[in-house]
Design a protein around this ligand. Sequence first.
Ligand code: URA
Length: 203
Amino acid sequence: PDKAVAAMQEAGPHSLEELNRIISGSEPLVPGATRAVLGEGPVGAAIAFVGEQPGDQEDLQGRPFVGPAGQLLDRALAEAGIERSATYLTNAVKHFKFVQRGRRRIHESPTAGEVKHYRWWLERELDLVRPGLVVALGATAALALAGKAVPVGRNRGLFRFGDRPGFLTVHPSSLLREPDPQAREEGFRRYCEDMRRIRELAA
Ligand code: URA
């Protein structure tokens, strides 16, 4: 790793801007990403949502949750009456990892080692944002926040990530991958229920 980055990590960033400069200046662990996609939203937000990593659209636009999974998340937030712009949105891993297939860039899940590498940043980021409730969207976010693998199905709901009050639910892309329309609908309904609970918990 870059010596200047290592030195700054040693001292610890004192603001989100400083942390974001470190993140933006770092090379992706796996080459290919256009840029680091930073968290978005106000410091002191009642809710912070943590996803897995930026996707194709997020990498191109430089914003979290703007692709198909983000649009589904937006619909669930709207259904639950959560104002997206009042929340903080970020990812466990800040760079898009993919394999090129012709002209398409196909998402590849980060390894546990990659998640661990980015974990320092995520922890500092949440220390600086100080959200009331941290929501893990899916297993990668749960791994990053808990520091160990947490099965989502069995632990869905209220969950403590160290000293952070949290909530664990599925990643929106798991709903997009569901082939059966009825199951997809049911999955979305349950997702909206989770979001309503999250809103109540964070109120
Ligand atoms: N999926 C994620 O986990 N994060 C994003 O920002 C977009 C899709």
